[in-house]
Design a protein around this ligand. Structure first.
Ligand SMILES: Cc1cc2nc3c(=O)[nH]c(=O)nc-3n(C[C@H](O)[C@H](O)[C@H](O)COP(=O)(O)OP(=O)(O)OC[C@H]3O[C@@H](n4cnc5c(N)ncnc54)[C@H](O)[C@@H]3O)c2cc1C
Length: 289
């Protein structure tokens, strides 16, 4: 694992007094890429400790003390005077092979406790990164000969970026498709990378789908509606020479809870079953909230 010998510009988070939560900060923001005003890609590196191995699809835990400032776009929060650490789970978006930093794809929840503080961070600012990575939303339980449909809305794309960056073999026999839903075209993080991958890899398809085409600044020629609408139009039938079936594909779903539940229901009518520990199935779900 690559160790950062000299982290850039390590700025302490302003706090009232030295407190235990602030002292626990063990990682640094390397980069914050603004996707749109409320969406960011955060790159985080551990201070001087080695990142443990993780499996693409797993999540890490990020944290900041209550005393850390909130970003301007967020709702006000009463000052409790406490400096406890606020911790939340975030899917790792970076490859598990190259681990110079961990990448996260985060949406601002203006009334939230942690995200307004994450959105106030700049390169060099410090935060807490849990040293354990967890989660079963991985390709481990999928037989190698099964194709993969990776369905998401918003930041639900994050675990798929890690899977693709690590496990996609261009030109291989296993097909990968990403169906990504967002309101607007400017809300698609990693779009250039995914477009490039789809041009370079004959076994990878990328289908971004917007739900508010009337807001577009220039006409959008791609898919429209909710992800459920897109699925009902059988978008992979032509691309894959036949739609994915329970016999040849596993589907991953991550994002808005409403989308997750209606996709699971829709797929149930096509013979797909949700995977559980007790009963293996072809639908794998990650619920963010
Ligand atoms: C396994 C796992 C992985 C996760 N990975 C990611 C990730 O990669 N990126 C990410 O942005 N979030 C992710 N989350 C959600 C994240 O843990 C936080 O819940 C979220 O960032 C809000 O934190 P907060 O403290 O600002 O809001 P809180 O004060 O905790 O408020 C929670 C409320 O925020 C809303 N909310 C939570 N997550 C989202 C979201 N992604 N989009 C829109 N509204 C949301 C819901 O209404 C929820 O009830 C993940 C959650 C889990 C359980």
């Amino acid at each position: 694992m690559t160790r950062l010998s000299s982290p850039p510009l390590v700025r302490p988070i302003p706090n009232r007094e030295s407190s235990s939560a602030s002292e626990m900060l063990n990682a640094v923001v390397l980069q914050r890429i603004k996707v749109s005003p409320g969406l960011a890609i955060l790159r985080v590196a551990p201070d001087d400790w080695d990142l443990k191995d993780f499996t693409p699809g797993q999540f890490a835990v990020l944290g900041l003390p209550e005393s850390a400032p909130r970003c301007a776009m967020s709702d006000e929060e009463p000052d409790t005077g406490s400096d406890r650490m606020i911790k939340r789970a975030y899917s790792i978006a970076s490859s598990s092979v190259s681990r110079e930093f961990l990448e996260f794809y985060v949406v601002l929840v203006p009334s939230g406790r942690l995200t307004p503080r994450l959105f106030a961070l700049s390169p060099g600012d410090r935060l807490w990164l849990g040293c354990k990575f967890s989660g079963l939303f991985t390709l481990d339980q999928v037989p190698d000969d099964q194709h993969l449909v990776l369905i998401s809305t918003g930041t639900g794309l994050a675990p798929y970026m890690s899977m693709l960056r690590t496990q996609l073999t261009c030109g291989g026999t296993r097909r990968f498709a990403v169906l990504h839903g967002a309101r607007h075209s400017w809300d698609f993080g990693n779009r250039s990378e995914l477009m490039t991958l789809s041009r370079m890899c004959s076994n990878f398809d990328y289908l971004p789908c917007i739900s508010r085409p009337v807001d577009e600044l220039v006409p959008w020629s791609g898919q429209t509606g909710y992800i459920q609408d897109l699925w009902m139009r059988k978008p992979l039938e032509q691309l894959w020479n036949g739609s994915p079936s329970p016999e040849n594909a596993h589907l991953f779903i991550c994002g808005n809870p409403g989308m997750v539940e209606s996709m699971v229901e829709l797929l149930g009518h096509e013979g797909f079953r949700e995977h559980t520990k007790r009963q293996p199935g072809q639908i794998h779900v990650e619920r963010y909230w």
